[in-house]
Design a protein. Structure first.
Ligand code: 5BU
Length: 471
């Protein structure tokens, strides 16, 4: 095996899959070694050899599925699958852009055991994201076979999640083989060794994958682990009132909103408004709304989508004509400014005695939204230790923390769209894609019999939630 690995190391070096010099990683860190195994598709003999050697590490002989982590490991996983006659599944990386499209391609059964194939492990987050999606679809993952362990914390992260990781090389071993073959100098080896000593294990930005599956827990249980007090209250309210409906009352007349809220109040968990579209806004409107919210027990959300520097959002939230912090239990915010946004919002909340919460807009329902995978990760990192974040506005199951709430807009009884980019999915589809609270606007406001529409959405959403936690 050692001779084989040494030979392969030299071949990888010769095809430029391993390079030495001054490089900058995806996350902006300097590194003296660059491993890029994408090139192996141009060398079928090496691809075959590396796949065979990697598969030789597999220990679990009951594996019935193989899954390559996109994209570099996909050809390797395909070769292993074809050679071993074990079927393969693929985790779609871009499924979030389509909202509720399925994440795992291929045919499999609940409980199938699956081995993961990956090229390079740094923090381990790509493997853990894949494991999370496979688990959500009912697959069991026991081990991960990896070509290169960069020895930067990934192994620990993966093994902490109960997955056995086996690698063909650690970076140190690879350097040893290349030095022996005189492909690198002792000085290069020393540079890489120094770099490994200094480079901290990157912090995983995704949620703790070993946490209990949010989608399978009921709201009452989840309320016990919520860091934001309003999230705990909202989870309890949804559980007691048996509703996950958030009504978007996007109407421009105060009376119309009040009229709709009077009818909807007993059946909704949250009433969501856009205060800046109301043409006859005054503080009596707020008093009437507050009265209805305490009478019928629902929370008020102002979908203001704050998105400026901390000082400005603090003023926008607490001051001005609307004084949103004084009456909105919940607000929405675009996390694009970074942590200062949350500090600014928190500052404005200090003047209010009631509990308040913020939903971070992590993905949007509109066609062509710019919220890509990296942005999603950054948004999730922001909510991790915050006690003011109630949850994320998103279209798919991007986080596992049971104490956070997924709010999903773009819901109608049929899968349709409007002519300004809004995309709709059905109540059942959004709940299966992780929605805890579902936003329905025109599906209700434009219907002739509003009460019957409210009940229809409420019942379909609740049935889908009950089904989700029990199946
Ligand atoms: P609709 O009438 O059901 O399309 O209204 C949806 C509401 O949710 C509307 O108030 C939007 O401002 C809000 N929304 C959304 O549709 N999509 C998003 O990604 C976000 C908010 Br964030």
């Amino acid at each position: 095996m050692k001779e084989q690995l040494k030979e392969l190391a030299i071949e990888l070096y010769e095809i430029d899959a391993v390079k030495f010099g001054d490089f900058v990683t995806k996350v902006g860190l300097k590194t003296p070694v660059y491993v890029d195994l994408r090139v192996i598709i141009s060398y079928p003999k090496i691809l075959k050899k590396i796949s065979k050697t990697l598969w030789g590490l597999a220990e679990d002989d009951k594996v019935v599925q193989i899954c390559g982590v996109p994209y570099t490991a996909l050809p390797i996983a395909s070769v292993i699958s074809a050679e071993s006659d074990i079927p393969m599944v693929i985790r779609r990386k871009e499924a979030k852009a389509y909202g509720t499209k399925k994440l795992i391609e291929g045919s499999f059964k609940q409980g199938d055991t699956c081995v993961i194939i990956e090229d390079v492990v740094t923090s381990g987050s790509s493997i853990l994201e894949t494991v999370r999606d496979l688990k959500n679809e009912g697959l069991k993952v026991t081990e991960a076979l990896v070509i290169m362990d960069r020895e930067q914390g990934g192994r620990k992260n993966i093994e902490n999640s109960g997955i056995k990781m086996q690698s063909l090389y650690t970076l140190t071993q690879l350097m040893g083989y290349l030095l022996e073959a005189k492909k690198v100098t002792a000085e290069t080896v020393e540079r890489v060794t120094e770099y490994l000593k200094e480079s901290r294990a990157p912090v995983k930005t995704f949620e703790d994958e070993s946490a209990p599956n949010r989608l399978k827990l009921d709201f009452a249980e989840r309320s016990k682990v919520a860091k934001n007090p309003l999230a705990a209250k909202l989870l309890n309210l949804m559980s007691q009132k048996e509703t996950t409906l958030c009504l978007a009352a996007d109407l421009t007349s105060a009376d119309e909103i009040i009229d709709l809220t009077e009818r909807a109040g007993p059946h909704i968990a949250v009433l969501k408004i856009h205060v800046d579209i109301i043409e006859d806004f005054d503080q009596t409107f707020i008093q009437r709304l507050k009265h209805l919210s305490s009478k019928h027990k629902f929370f008020i959300m102002e979908d203001r989508k704050f998105g400026d520097i901390g000082n400005t959002v603090s003023l926008q939230y607490g001051k001005g004509v609307y004084k949103i912090a004084e009456w909105a239990d919940l607000i929405t915010a675009h996390p694009v400014p970074g942590p200062g946004l949350l500090d600014g919002l928190k500052k404005a909340q200090k003047h209010v005695s009631e509990d308040r919460g913020v939903f971070l807009i992590t993905e949007m329902s509109s066609k062509g939204a710019l919220t890509g995978e990296n942005y999603v990760k950054e948004c999730l990192a922001l909510s991790k230790d915050s006690d003011i974040v109630t949850g994320h506005v998103c279209q798919s199951n991007v986080f596992s923390d049971p104490g956070l709430i997924q709010l999903t807009p773009g819901v109608k009884l049929a899968k349709t769209s409007d002519n300004l980019g809004q995309q709709y999915n059905t109540p059942e589809a959004v709940v299966n894609a992780g929605a805890d609270l579902a936003v329905v606007g025109r599906g209700i406001t434009e219907s002739l019999d509003k009460l019957s529409s409210i009940l229809k959405y409420k019942n379909q959403l609740w049935a889908a939630y009950k089904n989700r936690i029990s199946s």
